[in-house]
Design a protein around this ligand. Sequence first.
Ligand code: ATP
Length: 234
Amino acid sequence: EAGEALLHIEDLSVRYGKAQALHKVSLDVHEGEFVAVVGLNGAGKTTLFNAISGLLGYEGKINWHTGELSGRSVAQIARDGIVQCPETRELFGYMSVRENMELGGAHLEDGEREKQMAWLLGLFPVLQQRQRQAANTLSGGEQQMLAIARALMMKPRLLILDEPTLGLAPVILDQLSQALHKLRDTTPITVLLGEQNVTFALPHSDRIYVLEHGQIAWVGKPDAFGKEMGEAYL
Ligand code: ATP
């Protein structure tokens, strides 16, 4: 890809004690791109995202457009525009949909927060209908959408989605897919998506990285993925 990357990762290695979870991973994300990292359980997707978000120490380079991320706290990295929506969702169960979203936008001025909220409730009609309901009374799919909406309340420059499809029923996957399409059509967001479900990830992706045992095994566009990797992954 031409031009400076928004996020440039070079030779990233992460260890858990003696176990090496990532081996010299290099990856670029450009402004406005939707990049998927696909890989099986344990391939290292979450480790990669946690290193970017400041949750893990690492060797190698993680260059954000404002500079190297090493040594910055999770809060600093989030303020700097990288927001991760974790696999585990981590909602406040007894708070309403709206309250969870308000917390995501706590740093915004009232008017801006309301505007962002209105936009996101339009993007996720299910949340609009359930905005007064406690988060722990939502279905799994609705909770996933709420976790994404809350992350988007932070107005990230880069949104990291870690396996949003985990445990979701097929009809919910369609809703989530539609919301992601609408998201891209209505806002210039950059997304890094980790997925085991390649069928879900493919139609959204501009480029795909395949992660196997902590290493990048393949990079390319969705068309080429179908031809070269389809047999193994589709
Ligand atoms: P999943 O879809 O299951 O989350 P993943 O691709 O995100 O898979 P990681 O969670 O990044 O994979 O795990 C990569 C490897 O690192 C695995 O072998 C895992 O067992 C190991 N690992 C992850 N977290 C830890 C930890 N805290 N301590 C030790 N090993 C870990």
